[in-house]
Design a protein around this ligand. Structure first.
Ligand SMILES: NC(=O)c1ccc[n+]([C@@H]2O[C@H](COP(=O)([O-])OP(=O)(O)OC[C@H]3O[C@@H](n4cnc5c(N)ncnc54)[C@H](O)[C@@H]3O)[C@@H](O)[C@H]2O)c1
Ligand SMILES: [Zn+2]
Length: 384
């Protein structure tokens, strides 16, 4: 595990902080990972601010547990802050909330060169990041992700946005944060189901390109779910390094970044069928989708036999679904599922590109997968 205290303000602070750099030229930034970092935010972000004031965007659930320590930390560093507390949930990633947030930010007297703070899960990060991309044609923002999913995935990489009535995440911008502060202690207040959903994205990094990390997860998942600080920091660190590597190589998803979509084409189709809500969380859909991608890979003889069973066995061991028939909603039929997979915004010219695998840790991009193979597979998978 690489530990660095080179970032401004960290050397004077107690406790281990791991810093992962994201190398994007003039848009480079650091991800700080550690226990209790929300309480150190003031010192961490002070060097990034042009003047000592900021605006915090958060939601009700997160505010209840984590707003006060953040505000205290900012005040302690002499940084004034305004706060807006939005309703929790995916519905907040809307045009209406974006408009309200932008007007509120302008009303606080925010100026170009200022920086806002997104305190929350992926919903708050995506919405606040998009507002930062468009208010005054772009202001700075800092991500303080408070869900495991946001710490290992959505806060890193600069994709921001909201949902359209025609689909999820269809309106947005690439806008990189000035820094990411991942406080492992924040995860203690997260619902266990949300923690497990975020874990699916952690496992994804092992499955895509790091068999040794997947093996470590098989041995250490229980520690992680028990809130073990070292295990959490290590898993978040490895995940962020993996995402940072891919993003640095392909910032706007022209090529290799697509590997991060392992499990997502199957998963998004299931999420759509479930209505993008409580019935099936994104990470749960990704878990089933990754297991399906491995089964499809084995079935089409590109993957080592036995890998798919190992993947689904591990996901099931942490309480994640791995087969569609375990899901508690009406499954789509094979043709309907294929149509939903096509609607995925990663589809090009209507052709299906899937992320498949040769083994655990060896995912690859398979462009132009034949419909007939997918349909045969879906007929089997979607049978109750
Ligand atoms: N930008 C990207 O690259 C990217 C990547 C993946 C996902 N996403 C987006 O992220 C969103 C999902 O993010 P999410 O899973 O973090 O969901 P979320 O932001 O809705 O958070 C899940 C729930 O947990 C609550 N919560 C958050 N932190 C908490 C804490 N520490 N304690 C108690 N409750 C807490 C929230 O209020 C919410 O009810 C989706 O909109 C998805 O599209 C974006
Ligand atoms: Zn995802």
């Amino acid at each position: 595990m690489s530990t660095s205290s080179a970032a401004a303000g960290l050397d004077a602070l107690p406790g281990a902080v791991t810093t992962v750099p994201v190398a994007l030229g003039s848009r480079s930034y650091d991800i700080h990972i550690g226990e209790g970092l929300i309480g150190r935010t003031g010192d961490l972000i002070k060097p990034l601010l042009r003047r000592p004031r900021t605006a915090i965007v958060t939601d009700e659930n997160v505010a209840r547990h984590h707003l006060e320590p953040l505000r205290d930390s900012l005040a302690g560093a002499g940084i004034a802050s305004d706060t807006i507390v939005l309703a929790p949930g995916e519905a907040t990633k809307s045009f209406a909330d974006l408009a309200r947030l932008c007007d509120w930010l302008l009303g606080t007297g925010i100026e170009r060169g200022d920086c806002i703070v997104a305190l929350g899960g992926g919903v708050i990060g995506d919405l606040a990041g998009f507002a930062a991309a468009v208010v005054l044609r772009g202001i700075g923002f800092v991500q303080i992700p408070t869900t495991l999913l946001a710490q290992v995935d959505s806060s890193v990489g600069g994709k921001t946005g909201i949902n359209s009535s025609l689909g999820k995440n269809l309106i947005g911008a690439f806008h990189q944060p000035l820094c990411v502060i991942a406080d492992t202690a924040a995860l203690a207040t997260l619902a266990p189901r949300e923690l497990a959903a975020g874990y699916a994205e952690v496992a994804k990094y092992g499955l895509i390109g790091d068999a040794a990390f997947f093996a470590w997860l098989e041995d250490n998942a229980a520690r992680l779910f028990a809130g073990d600080r070292e295990a959490l920091t290590y898993a978040i660190n490895v995940s962020c390094q993996a995402k940072a590597r891919v993003v640095a190589a392909d910032e706007t998803e022209a090529g290799a970044r697509a590997l991060l979509n392992l499990g997502h084409t199957f998963g998004h189709a299931l999420e759509a069928a479930a209505g993008f809500g409580e019935k099936l969380l994104h990470g749960e859909a990704v878990a089933v989708g990754m297991a399906m991608a491995f089964r499809f890979s084995e079935r089409t003889d590109v993957c080592r036999a036995g890998a798919a069973a190992e993947v689904s066995g591990h996901l099931a061991s942490v309480g994640l679904p791995a087969v569609p028939r375990d899901l508690a909603f009406d499954l789509p039929g094979p043709e309907q599922m294929l149509a939903l997979m096509r609607k995925d915004k990663k589809a090009r010219d209507g052709r299906l590109t899937l992320i498949l695998a040769r083994d655990i840790g060896e995912a690859f991009i398979a462009p132009d997968v034949a419909d007939s193979h997918v349909l045969d597979f879906l007929r089997e998978e979607l049978r109750r």
